[in-house]
Design a protein around this ligand. Structure first.
Ligand code: 5GP
Length: 206
């Protein structure tokens, strides 16, 4: 069985990553989302096991000690991490998986899985980003300033990614994201693994 692809999607907060990823998952049922662990408190509308596995610091730290995480990072004072066991299980069944993580996590994942495909989502401008963040109204001013500064630092890492999707017009950005996933499945190497016999049957083999 061919192993699945790992897609890493990274974006500054406010770029529209969650919306874009949800649209991709709805459009492409072969992609499974990795649900991260976090010590951050759930926001309104977030559910345990769907948006995140919400755990306390002690639980997270014991998971670090056990080596449960493929990667983890501390972002805005909270831990976030990706379960390695789950990733390996999914890949072995041939499923593509998608990780929604920050640039620090992306660097760590690439160390274990250098073939992982990095996709960076950009807002059209910092002004639009700020407008979107303020529209959420979920954070106090101090957190807002931290998020804006963190957004610029996140964008400093764009060159570490294979693809860049600019979320100016949502439908177009969704099409771009869906296209990246499809294109990656169509590389000659992957098609040879998937359709080796079919291709060989069409060759002259002389
Ligand atoms: P939020 O609190 O807004 O849901 O996420 C804050 C940041 O943490 C985002 O940049 C998000 O990409 C990142 N993040 C979420 N899950 C993970 C994870 O499992 N690992 C890492 N390294 N970052 C994560």
């Amino acid at each position: 069985m061919q192993s699945g692809n790992i897609f890493i999607v990274t974006a500054p907060s406010g770029a529209g990553k969650t919306t874009l990823v949800a649209a991709l998952l709805a459009a492409d049922k072969q992609v499974q989302l990795s649900v991260s662990y976090t010590t951050r408190a759930p926001r309104d509308g977030e559910t345990h096991g769907r948006h995140y596995h919400f755990v306390d610091r002690a639980t997270f730290e014991s998971m670090i000690d056990r080596g449960d995480f493929l990667e983890y990072a501390e972002v805005y004072g909270n831990y976030y991490g990706t379960s390695e066991t789950w990733i390996r299980e999914q890949l072995s069944t041939g499923r593509d998986i998608l990780l929604e993580i920050d640039w620090q996590g992306a660097q760590q994942v690439r160390r274990t899985f250098p073939e992982a495909i990095g996709i960076f989502i950009l807002p059209p401008s910092v002004e639009v980003l700020e407008h979107r963040l303020r529209g959420r109204g979920k954070d106090d001013e101090a957190t807002m300033q931290k998020r804006l500064a963190a957004a610029r630092s996140e964008i400093d890492h764009v060159a570490e990614f294979d693809y860049v999707v600019v979320n100016e017009e949502l439908d177009e950005a969704v099409r771009d994201l869906v296209s990246v996933v499809r294109a990656e499945r169509l590389t000659q190497l992957q098609q040879m693994e998937r359709r080796g016999r079919q291709i060989a049957a069409m060759q002259s083999l002389d």
